[in-house]
Design a protein around this ligand. Structure first.
Ligand code: LMR
Length: 394
């Protein structure tokens, strides 16, 4: 059986972490996988999470199963983080999933059974795992133009021109904020226009909001999707606690859908539970127990929001710091677009060969599609990285 298997291809992001670990150079810089690091280069346990952990371990009396949908209080409170006061709760279904990748696959599987022949439209480029997950669920994938490689901004005209071809059996995947990989986000007016197009053309929006809180802030990052959620009949959404709660390894996320009415939402939720049973049965509990504990406590919620806002601000100042180095030391403004990008990532516009050169010559690890993780930089590395960018770009 196994002799029929082709050689496996390496994951373009996860393989970088292994290569980075094995690199003996002390000056190496990991700008690959989307993980936040502080100025000491560590990914800390957030303060509210550490406190919640003490509460959870001291109060937990059993390790018995929680249930197919995971923790209900988690599901309700994470929906509140995403939708705030938006009136969608009477037609919403939320289930806890193993991370946001688990949520993507869950909704992919759901689409495949609910509407065989669904095509999912992804931005070009999109998060490298979107296509494999959607295809593994048996769906067709198409791309809409998104990023202008010259301006390093969203090419709105091209995006809208392509989306005009999306119809009732199509699903359009949008990044809620902090576009992965480019860092170039659509504006509120774009959300409004895509909402109108969805209503007029019949396609279903699917929002991946894995980085809520890292762009302009927890609330602002959700304005676009909230506007949309109120106005469309159906919508799909995945969210993650990996980044904004720093719970990466705990695999905590949620699959969310808005249906036409409560009965259809309940039915779709039931189908998701059946799908969960036939794959992983139940999501792991610990991360959701921590998030639930934080969001049920006003003080802990405040501690969490304050630290998240500090992380968001630090990303802004790292972007500014990098550009300042490039402007003042190298007299170059060619990377000034980095300041306008949002969240953890920026696409530099480098080719795969240039990204390889960054790795080979400088030990700077970014993804071959040109993406670097700004959150992987520390202040002391900015001169080194700025110099490398200039050298490789020449
Ligand atoms: C990333 O894009 O680096 C993260 O979302 C991690 C992952 O699972 O790929």
């Amino acid at each position: 059986m196994f002799s029929q298997l082709p050689e496996p291809t390496l994951d373009p992001i996860l393989s970088l972490s292994v290569a980075f670990k094995n690199d003996p150079r002390t000056e190496k810089v990991d700008l690959g996988i989307g993980v936040y690091r502080n100025s000491e280069g560590q990914t800390p346990i957030m303060k509210a999470v550490a406190q919640a952990q003490t509460i959870v371990t001291s109060e937990q009396t059993t390790k018995a199963y929680v249930g197919l949908a995971g923790c209900e209080e988690f599901n309700q409170s994470i929906a509140k983080v995403v939708f705030g006061e938006t009136p969608v709760y009477d037609r919403l279904a939320v289930i806890q999933t193993p991370g946001a990748s688990g949520a993507l696959r869950m909704l992919g599987d759901l689409m495949a059974v609910a509407q065989p022949g669904t095509t999912v439209w992804l931005s070009n480029p999109s998060y490298v795992n979107h296509k494999p997950v959607m295809e593994a669920a048996g769906l067709q994938v198409k791309y809409y133009r998104y990023f202008d490689t010259d301006t390093k901004q969203v090419n709105r005209d091209a995006m809208f021109a392509d989306l005009r071809n999306a119809g009732p059996k199509d699903v359009v995947l949008l990044h809620g904020c902090c576009h992965n990989p480019t860092g170039a986000d659509i504006a509120l007016e774009d959300w409004q226009l895509i909402t109108e197009m969805s209503v007029a053309q019949g396609f279903t929006p699917f929002v991946d909001i894995a980085y809520q809180g890292f762009g302009d802030g927890l609330e602002s990052d959700a304005y676009g999707l909230r506007y949309m959620a109120e106005r469309v009949e159906e919508m799909l959404l995945t969210t993650s606690c990996s980044k904004n709660f720093g719970l990466y390894r705990e695999r905590t996320g949620a699959a969310v859908l808005i249906a036409k009415n409560a009965a259809e939402a309940a039915n779709a939720r039931g189908k998701m539970l059946t799908l969960a049973r036939s794959t992983y049965t139940m999501p792991p509990d610990h991360g959701a127990a921590l998030v639930k504990t934080i969001l049920a406590d006003n003080h802990l919620t405040q501690v969490w929001k304050t630290e998240l806002a500090e992380m968001q601000q630090r990303l802004v100042s790292l972007r500014e710091g990098l550009c300042k180095q490039l402007n003042t030391v190298h007299s170059s403004d060619k990377f000034d677009f980095i300041i306008g990008h949002k969240g953890m990532f920026t696409v530099l516009g480098f080719t795969a060969e240039q990204m390889q050169k960054l790795r080979d010559d400088f030990g700077i690890y970014g993804v071959n599609d040109g993406r670097i993780n700004i959150a992987g930089l520390s202040e002391s590395q900015l001169p080194y990285v700025a110099n490398a960018l200039i050298t490789v770009s020449q």
